[in-house]
Design a protein around this ligand. Structure first.
Ligand SMILES: *Cc1c(COP(=O)(O)O)cnc(C)c1O
Length: 275
C-alpha cells in the first residue's frame, strides 16, 4: 500500500500510516526524499506496535541526519543508490544496503551473489547485484569528500532561500528534526510549466522530480488506485520544480537563477491578473 506525503517535508506522513497497514504488511518503507529524512520516530513507534520492519530508502540522503543520527542507520536496513547523479555517485550503476543486523547482512551478501557464500553452493535463489570493483574503488575515493560536498549543497540552498524569500513561491523547508543534504532543491508554484519554459528560454535547465506519482504509473495499475487517492502527491507533482543544484555551483550562478525566476514568477502573476 502507498501512503501520501506530508506537504511540508514531502516525506511519508506518519499520520496516514496506520490506515494503510493490512494483515499482509511486513515493513514500512519511508523515502528520505530530496535529501531530507522522513520523520522517523513516529514511524518507528508504529513499526514497533505492529511488529513491522522499518526500511529506509536513503538513495537521495547520503550524509543526511535525523536527530543527530545518519540516514540509513536507524531502521533495520538503509538502502543507498550510487547512481552517478546522487550525492555520492559512482561512474556507473551501484548501490549498497546498510544494517546492524548480522543475520540480515549475511543474507544480503548471499542475495547479491546468486544466493551463494561459497563457490558452487547456492542456498538461496539470489541475483547478480555485485558492485563492480572499479565503482567501489571510485566510491572509496569520493566518500571522504561527501560531507564537504553536502555542505556546499547546503550553501547553495541558503543562497536560493535568501534570494527567493520575497518571490511568490514556496521554498523547501528544513525540518527541525534533521539535516537536509539537498539532493534536490524543490520549489512549488502554480504556473510551473510556463515558468519552467521561461527559465529554459534564459538558458536555465530545471527538472521535474517527479511529474507522475507512483499510484498513477502504469506499472502499479494492478493496485487499483485512481486520481484523487493521494491528493498531496498529486498536487505536488503539478507544482514542483527542481532548480539547478550541485556542489560547486557558483554563488553568482545561483543568484542569476534566483533573479530570473523571481522575475518570471512576477510576470506570470501579472499576466494572470490581466486575463
Ligand atoms: C535513485 C533512487 C532509487 C533507485 O536507485 P537505483 O540505483 O536506480 O536502484 C530509489 N529510490 C530513490 C528515492 C532514488 O532517488
Amino acid at each position: 500500500m502507498f501512503v501520501d506525503v506530508d506537504p511540508v517535508s514531502f516525506t511519508m506522513d506518519p499520520a496516514l500510516v496506520e490506515k494503510a497497514i493490512t494483515k499482509r504488511t511486513k515493513a514500512i518503507l519511508p523515502v528520505h526524499l530530496y535529501g531530507q529524512c522522513a520523520d522517523l520516530d513516529p514511524l518507528l513507534a508504529i513499526a514497533d506496535r505492529y511488529k513491522l520492519f522499518l526500511i529506509e530508502d536513503a538513495c537521495q540522503a547520503h550524509g543526511s541526519e535525523y536527530k543527530g543520527r545518519k540516514a540509513g542507520t536507524i531502521g533495520i536496513a538503509g538502502c543507498f543508490s550510487f547512481y552517478p547523479g546522487k550525492n555520492l555517485g559512482a561512474l556507473g550503476e551501484g548501490g549498497a544496503v546498510t544494517t546492524n543486523d548480522e543475520q540480515l547482512a549475511q543474507k544480503l551478501r548471499m542475495l547479491r551473489d546468486h544466493g551463494s557464500l561459497r563457490k558452487y553452493e547456492h542456498s538461496l535463489a539470489g541475483f547478480n547485484f555485485r558492485l563492480e570493483g572499479l565503482q567501489g574503488g571510485l566510491l572509496g575515493v569520493k566518500l571522504p569528500h561527501l560531507d564537504n560536498w553536502n555542505e556546499q549543497r547546503r550553501g547553495v540552498a541558503c543562497i536560493y532561500n535568501k534570494n527567493l524569500e520575497d518571490a511568490n513561491l514556496k521554498l523547501p523547508v528544513e525540518m527541525p528534526y534533521g539535516k537536509h543534504v539537498y539532493h534536490l532543491y524543490i520549489i512549488q508554484l502554480e504556473n510551473r510549466d510556463q515558468v519552467k519554459q521561461q527559465l529554459a528560454d534564459r538558458g536555465i535547465d530545471t527538472g521535474l522530480h517527479y511529474p507522475v506519482p507512483l499510484h498513477l504509473q502504469q506499472a502499479y495499475k494492478d493496485l487499483g488506485y485512481k486520481e484523487g487517492d493521494f491528493p498531496v502527491s498529486e498536487r505536488l507533482s503539478k507544482q514542483i520544480l527542481s532548480l539547478p543544484m550541485y556542489p560547486g555551483l557558483s554563488n553568482q550562478a545561483v543568484e542569476y537563477v534566483a533573479s530570473v525566476l523571481a522575475e518570471a514568477v512576477k510576470c506570470q502573476a501579472a499576466t494572470a491578473k490581466a486575463q
